[in-house]
Design a protein around this ligand. Structure first.
Ligand SMILES: Cc1ncc(C[n+]2csc(CCOP(=O)(O)OP(=O)(O)O)c2C)c(N)n1
Ligand SMILES: [Mg+2]
Length: 292
């Protein structure tokens, strides 16, 4: 399989997983809540395609895409969301609190940046060139702990790439009602360089992420990557106050699967789609059949 097809397949794995999750949520088989990353798949795959085995990934409440792009197993994630012992964390972590290998997520907004800072400090002290990738949302810029953490991250030159997925909304609050000034300057004020890209195209996001990850690793210092992106789904399961036509326009213009899928032939696209949908359906069915 060529690289374009592989990237499409990885993003489609996330999309199919979360689409089926939302479809089945109302049946009551899942515990707790859930946040999907529809529209943001190119960020997860574009960034995490470039990590090495010892690198650490810290994610937030919207973590399924990051987990799957990291290499996590869809069956174990479905089982986790069903609260089953075969889940990623034995069914006690749920949608937002995952830990597998060097992947960690937490629903505590902002707390993740502090966690990531501590982990990056540990990696720096070990001196084995491993780095930390920390995903956060734009709304999380409102948490004070972020700035305490950025100060330490810069002061101690911790090897961390902070990926700010700027989908311009926090739950139902548009960014323009909550965020003053220029987001890049929030990082730059602490001496952390911030690269910014407005794209849902994995072929634009991926090379930039690769270059920044290389710099963090080789120069052992922090870096921010701000990705202006689009949340195509609801915040959680049904809470979205944006007008339907606004969301529809985003689907037309900002769907990473459509953007990247157009580079593949119809035949390749449909054979990957059939394969991945069957794989995800089988993961769901097998997770459902596992003992509670
Ligand atoms: C400390 C804390 N406060 C509030 C919440 C509830 N909450 C969960 S997600 C969210 C909005 C997050 O917005 P953003 O950081 O932009 O991420 P996005 O949901 O857009 O990916 C809120 C308020 C929380 N999880 N943690
Ligand atoms: Mg947001």
């Amino acid at each position: 399989m060529n690289r374009n097809a592989e990237l499409f397949q990885k993003m489609l794995t996330i999309r199919s997983f979360e689409t089926l999750l939302l479809e089945k949520f109302s049946t009551g088989i899942f515990t707790g809540t859930t946040h999907t990353s529809l529209g943001q798949e190119a960020n997860a795959v574009g960034v995490l395609s470039h990590i090495q085995e010892n690198d650490v990934v810290v994610s937030n409440h919207r973590c399924h895409g990051h987990f799957l792009a990291y290499g996590g197993d869809p069956l174990a994630l479905y089982a986790e969301l069903m609260g089953k012992p075969d889940g990623v964390c034995g069914g006690v972590g749920g949608s937002q609190h995952l830990h597998w290998r060097n992947f960690y997520s937490s629903g505590l907004q902002g707390g993740t940046v502090a966690m990531a800072a501590g982990m990056a400090m540990a990696e720096k002290r070990k001196g084995d060139k491993a780095i930390v990738i920390d995903f956060m949302g734009d709304g999380t810029l409102g948490e004070g702990i972020v700035y305490e953490s950025l100060n330490m991250i810069s002061l101690w030159q911790l090897p961390i790439l902070i990926v700010l997925e700027n989908n311009h909304i926090a739950q139902t609050t548009p960014a323009e009602l909550a965020i003053a000034g220029d987001i890049s300057q929030r990082f730059e004020a602490f001496g952390i360089p911030a690269a910014r890209i407005d794209s849902s195209d994995i072929l634009e996001i991926s090379p930039l992420a690769e270059a920044l990850i290389g710099r963090v690793r080789n120069e052992s210092r922090p870096q921010a990557l701000i990705i202006d992106t689009a949340r195509l789904g609801t915040h959680s399961k049904g809470d979205d106050t944006r007008p339907g036509e606004v969301v529809e326009a985003l689907w037309q213009e900002r769907d990473p699967l459509t953007i990247h899928g157009s580079r593949l032939s119809e035949g390749v696209r449909s054979s990957i789609t059939i394969k991945i949908e069957a794989y995800i359906q089988a993961a769901f069915t097998r997770a459902l059949g596992k003992e509670d």
